[in-house]
Unconditional design. Structure first.
Length: 238
């Protein structure tokens, strides 16, 4: 039994979506972005000084002021030996400030230590000049100045030796240096008591601001609390 062509089954076709039909308008494909124009050469960008070019606009003032500052520094340093050392010290100080700009506590401690060394050296020199009846305008270095400088360095080092400092380290150095300056003023009148008083003051500040003093204070509070509880639990005499 053979099938006639009229009875032959035709394959079922599924309708195409509208986007796939050739006769329907399709969405336009996004056009490719045009290639960016090649960047101008550095020299051309620098010479044109376009306001929209931040690199070229900022570079010209920096070069001008940099050359002027370099010429000024070289002129000042070439005058004499003291000017050269002053310029080198200023450059080193500026470099240190730039490197420590994010470490405010260390920067504060170093600045206060320098001021403390200057004040204690001046007070000790004035006291030494007054005691020896020398001319006050002459340059006199007190023998106690080195002791004060050593104590200032000890305060700076002791604040950073503690691994876990409970407070701000820079404030610790400030307090120690203030006591050190006061001790140097006392040393103008009592030279034998200046350095020992400063030593005791620096040690006291480092102990009070350090973690060891906090631990000692906590233990003392615990001991006092135990004594109070024992007194409260003890029967009162009737």
């Amino acid at each position: 039994m053979s099938r006639t062509p009229g009875n032959a089954r035709t394959p079922r076709t599924t309708p195409r979506p509208a986007a796939d039909r050739p006769d329907t308008p399709t969405a336009e494909a996004p056009t490719a972005t045009a290639p960016a124009a090649p960047a101008l050469p550095l020299l051309r960008r620098f010479l044109r000084q376009e306001k929209s070019d931040a690199w070229a606009v900022r570079l010209l003032p920096r070069i001008v002021f940099g050359v002027a500052a370099l010429y000024t520094v070289i002129t000042l340093a070439s005058q004499n030996g003291s000017s050269f050392f002053a310029v080198v010290a200023a450059l080193l100080l500026g470099l240190a400030l730039w490197l420590l700009r994010r470490r405010t506590q260390l920067l504060l401690a170093m600045g206060v230590s320098i001021l403390a060394i200057a004040f204690t050296g001046y007070f000790s020199a004035v006291g030494d000049a007054a005691r020896t009846s020398e001319d006050a305008g002459a340059t006199v270095t007190g023998t106690a100045a080195f002791g004060y400088w050593a104590l200032a360095g000890m305060a700076l080092l002791g604040a950073w030796m503690v691994k876990e400092h409970p407070g701000r380290r820079g404030i610790t150095v400030v307090l120690a240096d203030v006591i050190l300056v006061i001790a140097s003023v006392v040393g103008m009148f009592l030279p034998e008591a200046g350095v020992p008083l400063g030593f005791l003051g620096v040690i006291g500040v480092l102990a009070m601001r350090g973690s060891s003093a906090k631990a000692v204070a906590g233990r003392a509070r615990q001991a006092l609390g135990r004594l109070r509880t024992r007194k409260a639990s003890a029967p009162s005499d009737s």
